[in-house]
Design a protein around this ligand. Sequence first.
Ligand code: PLP
Length: 375
Amino acid sequence: MRIYLSSPHMSGIEQKYLEEAFAANFVSPFGPQLDKFEDMVREYLGGELYCVALNSATSALHLALRIAGVVTSDEVWVSSMTFAGGVFPINYLGASPRFFDLDPNSWTIDVSLLTEELEYAARENRLPKVIIPTDLYGQSVDLNPIENIAESYGVKVIVDSAESLGAYYNKTRKAGTGGDASIISFNANKIITTSGGGMLVTRHKDWAEQARFLATQARDPEPHYEHSTFGYNYRLSNICAAIGIGQMHVLDQRVIRRREIFDNYVKFLDQPGVSFMPEPLGRYSTRWLTTLTINPSVTGVSSNDIRKKLLGYKIETRPLWKPMHMQPLYSGAMYHGNFFDEGLFKNGMCLPSGSAMTEKEQNEVIEIFLDCVIG
Ligand SMILES: Cc1ncc(COP(=O)(O)O)c(C=O)c1O
């Protein structure tokens, strides 16, 4: 590949924090850089929150679900259109996922569908233990109504904000502050990265304490190794956290750049038959990836044709997430919706959106794309 979908974008500041970590020999899963990174994310998000840095967002979700008390007999409700890491932890605990479609106005979980199903489930005494609404492609879910309705049924909410650090909901509320807990990803392809990493953010002090305990092999407070439950090796390395500190310094700049890239695509590619992911009033998406759909009966080409053409120039694009209810693994799972997500998968694609992408590179993508749709 010459132009990637979303590659790491170092600022240069990371090096200084890495050197500090090396100099003090904190080449370990604990250390001052790890503490500082957690503090920076907490301060960025604001409010009474606790942050636990982990080796991935998938680990963060696993811990959050376990701490929420999810067991094999439970259902967990989740947006169908998402990445596997936002769902697999349900399987780790032996619980069953139930999948939900998106709202066409936001491409995030359909709240009216969720409300309706909660009503039925309450009547039939089969409420889920947890709901995982997913902030898709950098856009926050409709947080307030989801939190309110879930609370009224005593259902916990864990928001998958893996893709949305830097986004806002309702103008002022930051993505990553929602629900009982939120998870954030610092995977290499995200807005900012620690090469691989994640964060559990929660408003419950005891959830954070349990997460730290479980993430470090559930060691009881004894001088020898004593275990009254099983844990995991999920903590983020202090070295990775040092990278994260440098990246936090430039987070807002990175979001601004991704949004600029999105706006530039819209400026040139807003052609008949091409529709971009909407951004509802009051929401501020990170535009982690520029996503759009193609109507082949208007453009004369499919999203797949465009993807293949760009690939010929070594330019990486990708279809949108394949909804989980369409995956062979989940062929027997329950799904609620009108198949809006299936349409997105069929006709949608993500364009190169990394903040390090140059203007020249983006122009090349635009030119080849336009060549496909208008010839
Ligand atoms: C929506 C969503 N959830 C979960 C994850 C898992 O994050 P990680 O790779 O840090 O485990 C990702 C991305 O990688 C994601 O995009």
